[in-house]
Design a protein around this ligand. Structure first.
Ligand SMILES: [Zn+2]
Length: 318
């Protein structure tokens, strides 16, 4: 190995993640135009998505490419996994997990109820995992739940997929020699978002309160709103140091600087749209004014475009 190797492998990693993200996301992006259903297309794209494993710190790894980003801590107490990805990538996730270690899957935490973070719950439970989540995540997975902005109604999840170990505010796990703090954000992206902090390794999984480099989806149908997203972004910035490694719900692994940039983006766009709304402008007039134009090239490429994000922000303003 020469001195350049880490850099080269990092570049390869980024390139490979870029391709996987493109494959998984370009299809749903186009579907915001109404050509089909986003949830169906995203699950379909998930079937061919590639999984990239990134080793972080303190034995914590991230699996990137199957819906929401996944964190894994192997060890003698059995693997702890944060979020379960798409069902369509089950084989690839299972192979990546086995590659990390042969410890059985024993513990699964869901950061929130969305399908791209929980579709793998049932198979992970059947493999031996107890599912832990906020009580609102259990509520949404237990019942038929409609998300208006996806134009999709999810049926109740199978029994094995439903969290049985639920909490309301905080919960601390002691597994595999590590302390893992789970913390409820309050209503943000949904009404059940939790973070998972691997304390000794100082690795934080934010769930979908942070989308690194992308406009975030906000699920108003199950309790999310723009002001809650901003509060969660503030809480994330306040929690981390320059050393913290952060796994976002979507996008590449990052840290405090990227989280500050994201928080500032949310605040700027919210204030801009709020001003236009207070001036009495209709949603159509605000869309025509393109309040996100300066940000779209960077933030609106893969998941939500500027118009879709503008509509979501507008929806949450008084
Ligand atoms: Zn989500």
């Amino acid at each position: 190995m020469n001195a350049q190797s880490p850099d080269i492998s990092r570049r390869r990693f980024i390139a490979s993640v870029g391709l996987a993200a493109t494959a998984a996301c370009v299809v749903p992006y186009r579907l915001f135009g109404g050509e089909g259903n986003l949830v169906v297309a995203a699950r379909k794209a998930g079937e061919t998505a590639n999984i990239t494993v990134q080793t972080l710190r303190g034995n914590v790894s991230a699996l990137i490419g199957s819906g929401g980003n996944i964190a894994v801590l192997p060890g003698d107490d059995g693997k702890l996994i944060i979020d379960s990805g798409y069902l369509g990538t089950r084989e690839k996730i299972a192979a990546a997990l086995t590659n990390l270690s042969h410890d059985p899957i024993k513990h699964l935490v869901n950061t929130h109820w969305h399908f791209d973070h929980t579709d793998g719950n049932e198979w992970m439970h059947s493999a031996g995992a107890t599912v832990t989540a906020h009580e609102n995540t259990r509520k949404h997975l237990s019942a038929s739940t409609r998300v208006e902005d996806w134009n999709f109604t999810f049926p109740p999840s199978p029994a094995g997929a439903i969290p049985t170990d639920v909490f309301n505010a905080d919960k601390t796990l002691h597994l595999n020699g590590a302390t893992i703090e789970l913390k409820y954000y309050g209503p943000a992206h949904t009404d059940g978002d939790v973070s998972a902090h691997f304390v000794e390794a100082d690795v934080l999984h934010t769930g979908d309160t942070w989308w690194n480099g992308h406009y975030p989806f906000i699920d108003y149908s199950t309790g999310g709103n723009i002001d809650g997203m901003i509060r969660a972004a503030e809480a994330n910035v306040a929690k981390v140091t320059d050393e913290t490694i952060v796994i976002p719900g979507h996008g590449p692994i990052g840290g405090k600087n990227e989280m500050i940039e994201y928080r500032d983006l949310l605040v700027t766009v919210r204030d801009r749209i709020s001003t236009l709304k207070k001036e009495g402008k209709s949603l159509e007039e605000i869309l025509a004014a393109k309040p996100t134009a300066a940000y779209d090239a960077k933030w609106g490429r893969l998941f939500l475009n500027g118009d879709f994000f503008t509509k979501l922000v507008y929806k949450g303003l008084a």
